[in-house]
Ligand binder design. Structure first.
Ligand SMILES: CC(C)(COP(=O)(O)OP(=O)(O)OC[C@H]1O[C@@H](n2cnc3c(N)ncnc32)[C@H](O)[C@@H]1OP(=O)(O)O)[C@@H](O)C(=O)NCCC(=O)NCCS
Length: 151
């Protein structure tokens, strides 16, 4: 697979079966199908995008729009397609939506142990600005709060 073959498009209801497969592979507390349906149905508040190769779903990411801020809710790449630049492409996709929609700051929470995701965000200008103690209910892990501010 060449990264130029990867298309970024908005997620719609027909994508959710494939999203759920990746979600379950990627997270210890996966979101339900109903959560994704609610998220993408609430287009005033949310923006969800997918990465596809030849129409095959290989990753996705989402963001809430809150006033002039973007709050990244999730990003996931199918385990068989990692380290090929798809995470980069999804983060760039969200940043570009934020710019178009005048969201001047973007934030997210990430597990303290998740070095891969922290590295990915750092590459795109996100900086650590805080900590939420024992944020994750499965293992009591802390969340690191990162922000990217208009530059
Ligand atoms: C985090 C995740 C989305 C990265 O996706 P990806 O497609 O593999 O990322 P990319 O190939 O675009 O990598 C971009 C950069 O991210 C960082 N990165 C990605 N995976 C990494 C790893 N395993 N270890 C360290 N850094 C990593 C690197 O800086 C990398 O650049 P490089 O390949 O030039 O070194 C993917 O690992 C994933 O889906 N993880 C499970 C879900 C998750 O943790 N989501 C984040 C929730 S906050």
């Amino acid at each position: 697979m060449n990264i130029d073959q990867v298309n970024i498009c908005y997620m719609d209801l027909e994508d959710i079966d494939d999203v759920i497969i990746i979600e379950n592979l990627c997270f210890t507390i996966p979101w339900s199908r109903e959560s994704f349906i609610q998220e993408i149905s609430n287009s005033q508040l949310t923006r969800y995008i997918c990465a596809k190769v030849n129409d095959k779903m290989i990753g996705y990411a989402g963001m809430w729009k809150i006033c002039d801020e973007g709050h990244i809710t999730n990003i996931a790449v199918h385990p068989e397609y990692r380290r090929k630049g798809i995470g980069n492409k999804l983060v760039k996709g969200l940043i570009s939506i934020a710019q178009k929609e005048n969201l001047y700051k973007i934030t997210l929470e990430v597990r303290k142990s998740n070095n891969a995701a922290q590295d990915l965000y750092a590459r795109h200008g996100f900086r650590v600005e805080g900590l939420r103690k024992k944020y994750y209910s499965d293992n009591g892990e802390d969340a690191i709060i990162m922000w990217k501010k208009n530059d």
